[in-house]
Structures are given as structure tokens and as C-alpha cells.
Write a protein that binds this ligand. Structure first.
Ligand SMILES: [Zn+2]
Length: 702
């Protein structure tokens, strides 16, 4: 039996859930915790199950969608849905503005300006405040009834805000807008589809269209679509504001989401400024747009301008350069980066995309190559968004060149097994996406970065040897391995710089005048000479062994005391070192097993690079043995590096991040999130005074 109380409770629950949905999906300002929202929805579902006569199509419980429709009925739009003329250049916008100024007699007309959403245009019909039907644009005159799927779009209000009996509530209201699939939802869906063997979506627009035309609203509900309103269709029983921009405000007040980027601009310059501003934001926006739209703001002026066929003369879409374009792959190549990473890419017929002409696009990695199955001769869609490197997004099916028997002319592409630069094996570890050249210091592609890293301040500390010199040294073949640095003379540097300047067209005036500066080269050679006296930990860090950062280098140096026993250690012995896991142990053992790496080390020794060696110091010794210490904030009495060294000398392992395994956090001045985390985890915390007192009680044994 239905009591007044149940009816009231159901109405109350619906109102509260819809209000929460509005705040969540439209205002982006949720006020109801998820758990409470769930509880309200559950209660409503239970009441509706118990009282089926009270179920309404516009109840929030119906948004999940559960009745697949056999096919879509067609809907005739009472007011046709418009298509806009496009402008691709500033000049075309200039002509548009001039035409309006001339024909309206308004020298400085105002325009409502909006981003042009890249989704699917739809029309929503409300009668006395209730959603009754939603349809696609179709051909503008007739569309398809996709009401069931639109009900799953949570930012579409099912009941308008405000009192249905109020004079301001129109009897009939048709609202036009765009249904879109936000970028994040698009990516999430594709990741899911990939992992579960489903077809991925080509782009967010196709995702939105496909989703909306799904026959099963449950599938539609899986892809969280969003909606933005931007125009009106049929309207009865309401007095409209005099301008388009005010109408958008009114739609907002009824509960419709309107893009936060809409605004009003005047004059050609105002429109072009808006175009550039939105263009700059384009990649950061949560949804795809393909341009901006300018609409004459005053409705009386719109009427005066009228239409040409179905396109209004009072509005225009100013398009951005296309971010995707099709072209043909000429060949597939690989590039070896400075860290040895092997990146496949395509050389293709020149194509204009994202505002520039490109001939190369990345394929990222071997997995992507396999996923796309891209081959030479294929027609591909290339995407270039903003300053991002152009990438191949898909192969156009059916355009692959076939032989007379109908077989593809080119076999599937496989990544080479040898580095195209140095011939070393290309290796890919289990669970790693990136394949790498195993050549290490031997590979010229990796040399520049290796040399730059070797010379850096925390490694061998060779002052003045920046990236540009490192590049020139490799380009002109002065240096094949880092050991060659120790053979360079002042003359070598002077000649190298002259060649680099000639090549780059950067010959200084003083040199043109016949003066040759050599002081810098003398300093550089002195810097290289000075770096010969180093420490084992600096050397280990400088060698650029994968995963051996400063801290691991230090631990290794301490643990083995000398280089030879470290080079002789196998993976099992390396795993005994604190903080060295199986992966790092494998990298270290692999590095020292490479003959060319051993040659480099021998050459360094031969050329006078030396470091003190001593007995191994296992960190099981010292008062802090086995403890992990994290330093955060600034110390007054010493640098953090120095404090770390002294703690390590006492057996501590110094780490950069706080976890449950952390023994002590030493919090200096202005310590931030690490201190907060330590407090949260209940880790022992010392201030600087406690640290200094401890160090005083435990003078280093050396
Ligand atoms: Zn290589």
C-alpha cells in the first residue's frame, strides 16, 4: 500500500540525488560524499521496487539504463538544427565581421564566443520542466530518438531546476548542445578495451557518437559522456532574454551545463584574441575542441542577418588546424636515444597536421607497433597536438597495398635485434616497455649523454664540459669513450671548437679578426686533469650504470671497498648489498660483464684516474646499522649531503622517501610533506639539535 509518507520520501530522495548529480556533474563541486549518494540511491531503488506504480522514467534510478530499444525511432525537429559556416583564416573572420557591421549598421557589434566542442550535436526536449525526448542532429531536419541513452548522461537534467508552475518555466523548451566523451574517459575506456580484447575507440568524437547510438543503454552508461548546452530549438510559453549570452546564463540557471569558456567579445581583434586564448588552452581542456564559434549576440541583429540555406549568416565556426591527418608510410626506422632507448618511427609522405608539415611520426615502442600493425605502404592517421611529437594513431583499414593474390605486400614489421648505430644487441627486459641498445658507453648514440653525465658535478666534476662540448667531442670523433677525455690536449679543444663553430655558423668576431682564445681550453684541460683524483663512489656513479644513482654508488663503494671485488661480484654477491635488489644487481653484473666497459675502466686507470681503496665496510657496523634515515628540510650546521655522509658512516642507509620501513626522519627548517608523512606513520623524528647531539656522541670511526 502506498502511503503519503512513501510518496513524499521518494520525491525527496529524487530531488536530493538530482541536486547532488547537478553539483557533481555540472557544477563540478560535489557536496555529498559518494557513500551517502550510494545510500540515497539504494533507498530509492528499494522503495521503487516495493512500489512499482511510483517508478517514473525521470527517476535518477533510471539513469543506468536497462531497456535496450530495438531500433531508434526518427524525430522531426520542429526547428531545424543548424550547421555553421567555417572560417579557416583570420581574413575570413574579418570578412564575416565586416559584413555584419555593414548590414546591421552596428559598427561594433557584440559576439557570444564559445569553444567548438568536438562531439555529437543533440536536441533535448522538455515539457513543463520534464525531459521527454532527446534526438541526434541527423540531417538537421530529422534525427534519431536516443532518449534512453541520453538519460544515462548524468549532466543532462531530467527535471529542470525551479518551479514547474512558475511563469518563468516554459511549456516547451528544446535545448541544443553537444554530447562529448571527455579525454580522460576516452583514455580510460581504451585502456580497458585494450586489456580486455575489445576494439579501441579511434577518438573521443567517435566514442561519443558510438556510445549514444548504442542499442543497449547499459553499454552507453559504461562510457561516461558529458553534455554542454549552446542553443535553443522550439520554445513555448517563455520570454527569452534579448541576447544569446544571457540565454546561456538562463540555461545555466535551469540546470544545464554551459562551457565555462564562453564569453562575449567585440570587433575582429576581440574575436581573434579569443581564438588564440582558447587555442593555447586547447590541449589542457578536459575535452576535444576543433575551433571556436562566434555568434552575433543580439537576437534582433541575428534576425536581421537571417540565413543562407540552412546556415545562419550571424554565426561562424573558426576552425583550428586539424590535429589528425592521413598520409602514407614510406618506411619504418628506429632511433637510439641517449639512454639507449630504441624508439621506432615512420618516415612518411609530407603531411600538414597541427599547423605544420611533418614527415616523421613516432610509434613509441614495439608494443605499439604490434598493436597498430603498421607496415610500409600503409595509409595512416597521424596526430599532432600542440608541441607534442607527431604520432601514428591508427592504420586506415582497407588501404594496405596487396599483391595480385590479395596478400599484403609487406610483412609485419619487427624491431631490429641489433643497434643500427653500434651493432650491439637490442634487449628488452621482461615487464619493460622500452627496448634498449646494450652497447652502453660503446654506442655513439649514448656517448654524448654518457660523457655529459660523466663530467657532471656530482660525478667526476669536470668544470666547463657542458652538453655542447660533449656533443662536439663525439661528433668530431675526439672521444669514443669517457676514458678518451684524459687524452685531450689544449690544441684538440681549440681545433674542435673551430670546427664546431664553422659547422654551426657561430664563428665569434674575435676569431674572425684572427685572435684565437685558448684560456678556456687550458681551463678545461686543467679541469679534466683535476678530476683524475676522485673517489670510488664518484667513479661508480659517473660510469652511468643503469639504476646506479649516487646513493647506490655510495653503498657499493662502502660495501666492496675497492673496484676489483665489485667487478668480480656475481648477482648473488651483489644482492647481499643493502638496498640492491635483483633488478639492480642484474644491471650491475651485466655492465661489468661487457668487455668494452671493462676496457673503458682499464683505460681510465691507465690514464691516471685514481681513487683511494680500502677494506670493505659492511653496513652491519655502526650505531645506525640497519636503520633507514630520511633527511628533510634545511639544516643550519651542515649541508644535507654532509649530514647524509656522516650518518652513512655510522651504518645508516640514507633514503629520499618516507615509508613504513623508515627508522628516523631528521626534520630541518621548513620540512614539508615528508615530515607530515612521518608523523602520520608514527616514525621517530629528530630535529637538528637531536642530530647534532647524536653525531657528537658518535664521532666517525675513520
Ligand atoms: Zn647502440
Amino acid at each position: 500500500m502506498v502511503t503519503k509518507g512513501v510518496e513524499r520520501r521518494i520525491a525527496d530522495l529524487r530531488r536530493r540525488i538530482e541536486a547532488a548529480n547537478h553539483r557533481y556533474y555540472v557544477l563540478d563541486d560535489p557536496d555529498l560524499p559518494d557513500a551517502e549518494w550510494d545510500a540515497l540511491l539504494r533507498e530509492l531503488q528499494q522503495l521503487e521496487t516495493a512500489h512499482p506504480e511510483l517508478v517514473s522514467a525521470n527517476s535518477p534510478t533510471q539513469r543506468v539504463g536497462n531497456r535496450p530499444s530495438a531500433k531508434f525511432a526518427s524525430v522531426t525537429h520542429a526547428v531545424p538544427m543548424l550547421s555553421l559556416a567555417n572560417a579557416f583564416s583570420d581574413e575570413e573572420v574579418g570578412e564575416f565581421v565586416a559584413r555584419i557591421a555593414r548590414e546591421t549598421g552596428d559598427a561594433d557589434p557584440a559576439f557570444s564566443v564559445e569553444p567548438k566542442l568536438d562531439g555529437l550535436a543533440i536536441s533535448l526536449r522538455y515539457e513543463r520542466g520534464e525531459f521527454v525526448r532527446g534526438a541526434t542532429r541527423g540531417d538537421g531536419a530529422t534525427g534519431e530518438d536516443v532518449s534512453a541513452n541520453l538519460r544515462t548522461v548524468k549532466s543532462i537534467p531530467l527535471t529542470l531546476q525551479g518551479d514547474a508552475r512558475a511563469a518563468s518555466m516554459p511549456d516547451v523548451l528544446e535545448v541544443r548542445g553537444e554530447v562529448i566523451l571527455p579525454k580522460a574517459a576516452f583514455e580510460k575506456y581504451n585502456a580497458w578495451a585494450l586489456a580486455n580484447g575489445h576494439k579501441t575507440l579511434a577518438n573521443p568524437r567517435n566514442g561519443a557518437a558510438g556510445s549514444l547510438r548504442q542499442l543497449d543503454p547499459k553499454i552507453s552508461a559504461q562510457r561516461p559522456l558529458a553534455f554542454f548546452a549552446y542553443a535553443l530549438g522550439e520554445i513555448e510559453g517563455a520570454i527569452l532574454p534579448p541576447t544569446h549570452s544571457q540565454t546561456l546564463q538562463w540555461l545555466r540557471s535551469l540546470g544545464f551545463p554551459v562551457s565555462p569558456e564562453v564569453g562575449v567579445a567585440r570587433g575582429l581583434q576581440g574575436l581573434l584574441d579569443y581564438y588564440r586564448r582558447i587555442g593555447d588552452k586547447r590541449d589542457a581542456l578536459p575535452y576535444d575542441i576543433d575551433g571556436v564559434v562566434y555568434k552575433l549576440d543580439r537576437f534582433d541583429q541575428q534576425r536581421a542577418m537571417g540565413f543562407v540555406s540552412r546556415a545562419p549568416r550571424w554565426a561562424i565556426a573558426h576552425k583550428f588546424p586539424a590535429q589528425e591527418a592521413g598520409t602514407v608510410v614510406e618506411s619504418i626506422e628506429v632511433n637510439v636515444g641517449r639512454t639507449g632507448a630504441v624508439t621506432p618511427w615512420v618516415l612518411m609522405k609530407p603531411v600538414h597536421v597541427g599547423g605544420v608539415t611533418v614527415t616523421r611520426a613516432t610509434l613509441h615502442n614495439a608494443d605499439q607497433v604490434a598493436r597498430l600493425d603498421v607496415r610500409a605502404g600503409d595509409t595512416v592517421i597521424v596526430r599532432r597536438a600542440g608541441d607534442v611529437i607527431p604520432e601514428v594513431v591508427r592504420v586506415v583499414e582497407g588501404e594496405r597495398p596487396l599483391d595480385r593474390k590479395g596478400h599484403p605486400v609487406h610483412p609485419p614489421y619487427v624491431l631490429p635485434t641489433a643497434c643500427p648505430v653500434c651493432g650491439s644487441a637490442i634487449e628488452r627486459e621482461e615487464g619493460e616497455v622500452i627496448a634498449r641498445c646494450s652497447g652502453g658507453l660503446f654506442c655513439p648514440a649514448q656517448r654524448v649523454q654518457a660523457i655529459f653525465h660523466f663530467a657532471s658535478r656530482r660525478a667526476m666534476d669536470i668544470e666547463g664540459l657542458g652538453e655542447r662540448f660533449a656533443e662536439a667531442l663525439v661528433d668530431f670523433d675526439y672521444v669514443r669513450t669517457v676514458a678518451d677525455l684524459y687524452t685531450l690536449t689544449v690544441d684538440d679543444f681549440v681545433v674542435m671548437k673551430r670546427r664546431a663553430d664553422e659547422r654551426d655558423g657561430t664563428i665569434p668576431e674575435t676569431v674572425k679578426a684572427g685572435k684565437i682564445a685558448t684560456r678556456w681550453a687550458e681551463n678545461l684541460v686543467a679541469g679534466i686533469d683535476g678530476s683524475r683524483d676522485t673517489t670510488l663512489e664518484r667513479l661508480l656513479f659517473a660510469l652511468g650504470i643503469r639504476d646506479v644513482g649516487e646513493s647506490t654508488a655510495k653503498t657499493l663503494a662502502r660495501h666492496f671497498g675497492a673496484l676489483d671485488p665489485l667487478m668480480a661480484a656475481d648477482e648473488d654477491a651483489l644482492k647481499q648489498v643493502p638496498d640492491v635488489g635483483p633488478v639492480v644487481a642484474a644491471h650491475i653484473a651485466h655492465f661489468f660483464a661487457q668487455p668494452h666497459n671493462r676496457e673503458v675502466i682499464a683505460a681510465l686507470r691507465e690514464r691516471g684516474v685514481r681513487w683511494p681503496e680500502g677494506a670493505p665496510k659492511r653496513s652491519s657496523e655502526g650505531p645506525l646499522a640497519g636503520k633507514t634515515v630520511v633527511l628533510t628540510g634545511g639544516l643550519a650546521a651542515m649541508s644535507r649531503d654532509e649530514a647524509g655522509d656522516r650518518l652513512e658512516a655510522l651504518g645508516a642507509k640514507v633514503s629520499g622517501s618516507v615509508s613504513k620501513k623508515t627508522g628516523i626522519v631528521i626534520a630541518g627548517e621548513a620540512a614539508g610533506s615528508k615530515l607530515a608523512k612521518a608523523q602520520e606513520l608514527g616514525v621517530e623524528i629528530w630535529d637538528e639539535a637531536a642530530l647534532l647531539a647524536f653525531l657528537e656522541r658518535h664521532p666517525a670511526s675513520e
